[in-house]
Every structure is written in C-alpha cells, then in structure tokens.
Design a protein around this ligand. Sequence first.
Ligand code: BGC
Length: 325
Amino acid sequence: MNEHFGTLPDGTPVHRWTLERAGVRVRVLSYGGIVQSVEVPGRDGRTANVVLGFAELDGYLENPGPYLGALIGRYANRIAGGRFELDGRTYALAPNNGPNSLHGGERGFDQRVWEVTPVEHGLRLTRVSPHGEEGFPGRLAVSATYTLDADGALRIGYEAVSDAPTVVNLTNHTYFNLSGAGSGPAGGHQLRIAAARYTPVDEELIPTGVAEVAGTRFDFRKPRQTGSGYDHNFVLDKGVTAAPEEAAELYDPVSGRVLTVATTEPGLQLYTADHLGAPLSPGAGIALETQHFPDSPNRPEFPSTVLRPGDVFRSETVYAFSARD
Ligand code: BGC
C-alpha cells in the first residue's frame, strides 16, 4: 500500500509505503529510503513503534543531521580527510564532518528520492548515483530491497554495480527504542554484541587500529546496559559472511521487546545518540549500523570496500523482533 506523504521544495512527490506481516507493521518513505516506523508487540501484547522518526516530511527536511531511519551511502560512516586513493588516483570528497566525509557527503543517499517498486512481501528501492556524485567515482546503480519475513523480521538486502572502480559502504541508520519512540532515553536497554574486538578512534572518530574489548567498557559479549558515550565500530567475530549471521541482540527489560540483528557485514557501529539535536533528545534511541569499518578506503588492513566494474556488491541485514520476560 502506498500513499502521498509530502512534496519536496522542487515539487517532487514523496510516497509512504506500508508493509505488514506477522503482527509487524513497517512504514518506508521513498525519500531517503527512510524506515519511518516499525510497530511490534511487547510482552504484554501491546504494540508500539520502536524506531525514531518524524510524523511529517518537513521533520526530515529540517533535521537531516541525525539521519533518522535513512539508507546511507555511498559510504556509510567516515572517510578521513574526505579523501582516498584508488588505483593510484586520489579522490577528494566534500568534508561535511570537520575535515572528514560522513555518510556519503553533503547530500548522500539519505536525501535522495528513490524509485520504489513492490516485490513479494516488500519493496525494492533503486537509484542511479551518477559518476562524480559527492566526489565518488563511477556511475553506481544501487538497489535496496526491504522485505518482511514470515516471522515479521525486517530484511534489507543491498546490491550495487559500478562502471568504474569505486568504494561503497551501505547501511540503514535506524535508531531503536524498544520501549517505544518518545518514551524517554533508551540507555537502560541491554545490548549484546558478538565482537571480541572494536576499532578505537581518535578525537575525530577516525579508527586508530583494532583493539580487544576484554576488560573495557566495549565488552558487550555478555549483555550490558548501553548507557551513553558510544559511537564506535565493533569488529564482528563472524567477519564477512555470505548469509546474515547474528551480530547483536538488544533487549528492553521494561517492555520485554527483543531485537536481534543479523548481517553479512563485518562491522557494527553502536551509536548511543548522544548528539541527536533538537527537537530530539539525547539518548532517545540506539543506532546499530551494520557496515564495513570506518575509513576502510584508507586502511588496506580492513576488509575491502572497493567495488570494481563487473563485480556486484551485495550485503544483507535482518532485524528480527520478539518479546520475553
Ligand atoms: C555516526 C555519528 C553521527 C551520527 C549522525 C553515526 O553513524 O557514527 O558520529 O553523529 O551517525 O547522526
């Protein structure tokens, strides 16, 4: 089902699509591929929307900074100094986060209108990013397919092809609050991440290497409260996988809701939303961004984000919901 959601200043209409299966209802916008709401039952059977979003298009247009629910590209997370070298050529990107490039640049995939076509139990969003967009080389044809599994899990599959060597890192920037969006801070949730290592960062949030989580506040191998002060990438033990494997579990003791995140990606950014900015309040949600590691284009030792002509970039992430005592 789709309905008119709003109109961009240039006159482009934006639509909202609704997916429903197994008691889960998800709303997706053609603008930014945004997951606007995800309604799931708690242990008491009552349904609540568990992701941060705005009720109207203007909310997203006026507050692009937190990337609420958005599809992020071409490069999710940071590229140091807004530049990288590929095959001996240096590419300069617009720095939009201090000296660094963040989440695709000044106008990333989160601020683009996507072509949406219905598929079985879901939607396929497509867009062609022209050569040179935001400084990235290659004409990149991207698709993101959002489907609901038989158990109501939200599955997002990404594909991309390029006509020239380039780099790509795609994610979804949903913030979860399993007690319900707007119910207060989400810092009381319990989080488990299947990662023995993470990437420590400098003051500009650029990785300085890889370190063990043991004995640090980054050890989420056993569940611990998310609290605040996290904006870090975890090195998932499973590495890059052909099919999604479990990466994290978020549990809300209040509502009993559980979110499990499974992915093919090697990394997971935990962002406790300390700097959401008005009209949102700090810590109102928790972002769990499946991805390749920040600044991979400048870090040959990290799993590669290079995409070459003739190859297909593929990744998949599954957000599954349940409830327990
Ligand atoms: C980044 C944060 C950033 C946020 C944008 C996260 O993915 O890691 O540093 O502030 O996105 O709202």
